[in-house]
Design a protein. Structure first.
Length: 249
């Protein structure tokens, strides 16, 4: 019985020791995993802390508009001031107290370089002032042929109505601007357009004794019948060219 008990006790002892060993290994494994996790977390924290913070990029400097207004700069031909206004984001189509845009002012003053710059940057070539003045009309009144040519090339409306319903061709006829009139006619200007008064460019040319303009307009097909002078010819017993040609047949 003693041997059996001894063997049994011994066996129980080994079982107990084995159980303790397994339990110890489990505890060690848990401790090891806990330690590894802690190291990883600490390592990540150190990595985040040690990484240099990105440097803040400085805000781009905002260009400052000059003290001179863009309208006065356009009038005086101050292209450097115009460029400063462009860099500062000044509205190119802003109107002054008189209702004029920088482009209209520059065109009226014959500032071709500024006109070209403003158009290139998006100025409205067909904008009208409060009284209907366009840049092309302003160039006509200059007169500034090269500016008018540039405006036409860049899409200015050659039949746009301005003050008193006049077109650029009316203005050219009034001022006797033959070269500008030729540009307008070549670009498709309406030869027989009537102003609010009912007058055509040809009538204005005749009234103001702008004979070269009158001849030019008639040469290109301006219709005398659509003028008051057709009635005047009738009253004086005159006949139109077409009627005279018909009588000769």
């Amino acid at each position: 019985m003693a041997a059996v008990i001894t063997t049994t006790d011994s066996r129980h002892t080994w079982v107990a020791l084995l159980a303790q060993l397994i339990n110890s290994r489990r505890q060690m494994k848990h401790l090891l995993l806990t330690t590894i996790a802690a190291v990883v977390l600490v390592g990540c924290g150190e990595s985040q802390q040690s990484a240099p913070a990105p440097e803040a990029k400085p805000e781009p400097a905002i260009a400052k508009a000059p003290d001179i207004s863009i309208h006065i700069a356009a009038e005086e031909g101050n292209i450097n001031a115009i460029k400063q206004h462009l860099a500062a984001g000044t509205n190119l189509n802003a109107r002054n107290k008189g209702g004029f845009t920088p482009l209209q002012i520059a065109a009226g003053e014959g500032q071709k370089e500024i006109v070209a710059l403003l158009i290139a940057k998006g100025a409205n070539v067909n904008a009208k002032s409060d009284d209907g003045l366009t840049a092309l009309l302003a160039a006509n009144l200059g007169p500034h042929k090269e500016v008018a040519k540039l405006l036409i090339t860049k899409g200015a409306d050659v039949n746009a109505r301005g003050f008193f319903g006049m077109t650029p061709l009316h203005a050219a006829a009034m001022e006797g601007n033959k070269e500008i009139a030729e540009l307008l006619i070549a670009a498709g200007a309406d030869l027989n357009a009537k102003a609010e008064s009912g007058e055509t460019p040809l009538e204005l040319a005749i009234d103001l004794k702008q004979t070269k303009i009158a001849d030019l307009l008639r040469k290109h097909g301006a219709d005398l019948k659509q003028t008051k002078y057709n009635d005047l010819l009738r009253k004086l017993g005159g006949k139109t060219g077409e009627e005279l040609k018909a009588e000769l047949k």
